[in-house]
Design a protein around this ligand. Sequence first.
Ligand code: NAD
Length: 443
Amino acid sequence: MRVTVFGTGYVGLVTGTCLAEVGNHVVCVDIDQAKVEGLNRGVIPIYEPGLEPMVRANHGAGRLEFTTDAAAAIAHGDTIFIAVGTPPDEDGSADLQYVLAVARSIGEHLSRPAVVVNKSTVPVGTADKVRATISAALAARGADVAFEVASNPEFLKEGAAVNDCMRPDRIIIGSRSARAVEQLRRLYAPFNRSHDRVVVMDERSAELTKYAANAMLATKISFMNEMANIAERVGADIEMVRHGIGSDPRIGYHFIYPGPGYGGSCFPKDVQALERIARQHDYPARILAAVEAVNDAQKGKLFELISRHFGGDVSGKTFAVWGLAFKPNTDDMREAPSRTLLAQLWAAGARVRAHDPEAMDEAARIFGERGDLVFCDSPDAAVEGADALVLVTEWKAFNSPDFQAMARRLAGRVVFDGRNLFSPDAVEEAGLAYYGIGRGRTL
Ligand code: NAD
């Protein structure tokens, strides 16, 4: 099938590549010329496991093209995906300018019937706005071309995006058009072979499903962080509590890990956007507001522990920071808890020696050159001479360090474990003090 994808970010590039992988002819279009030129030379702008060889193979086979030419891309696809960003507006609601710019462009260039599919995470009612924008642009040039609009929210997880795209848990299709649903069913058939994962619904329900899913996941995290903060105060260990509650199948073990707060490009902005949507409809979303407030506070948790340990004064101290990305297996640092921690450490006059397996280039881009930040090529190099280790992102490579060797490298005697990754006993046996999140040893 002939597919066009607007946006070559995490969602657009992965979606386009996976659709090409199963034999479709895909044209990806982006306004970022440098990105498109890079992709045409085989330079993948993001780190995502398994993506690079797949892009190269499909590009080489001629099934996956990259362009900045929106008109040519629109002429190509029977199915046109919109997968551009929907960042937060000043008031936290989703900024639709990129989505609607694509819709306008589709209306300006469409010359034969197509199904326009919105994959970006958008407020309820956006499908109507996309439809109206395309219609207006068609009318402005006196064109009469049949098109359908469908909502097809994306659920891939950064760090596992290719796998999620090839083996989705569900494929939500929101559309009132039987033709659009049928076309998308055919397009997704290769990813839907073992059992039917397609859930068809109306557009508005599809749009809300995406926000509800992210809000639920963010709620689980904030809930566990709240429990961790209670555990810390009452002398309980949240890790024991986690095991205890996860065994109930109604709760389950997934996604109930305490930590330094959620980050990334989705949870913070989507919880905020959903709260604004509710408010615009005269409903105060109290749970969502609390989820956000707990998370904002939690992002300061590591610094709070650090500051308390050092008697409120960390100026002149050096901190080894393991992990900068907002989660493992990605180079994405949008809203990452590490950013809050680094800002707090710097504001207090401390220095940072950081290591991340994939996100150091991104961190260098964000922070620029500064005297109080040194990037280190290995976890061991980061701890060399530091006053403390702070683990922020739970990359697999950080799981089982040699604490005895670490104790020899560190100048200070303390480990702050923002993901409860380490055994407190193992750390303490090496003569280092241990602080985790909600582990009952800190207050
Ligand atoms: P991104 O910021 O990584 O990429 C967006 C891309 O769109 C950029 O390359 C940008 O240059 C391009 N773009 C902007 N305007 C354009 C235009 N007019 N024409 C062509 N390209 C244009 O964004 P992302 O992380 O891929 O997210 C895209 C959408 O998908 C968002 O709504 C997001 O909420 C949603 N989403 C993201 C994830 C995720 O894990 N990143 C998961 C599910 C859903």
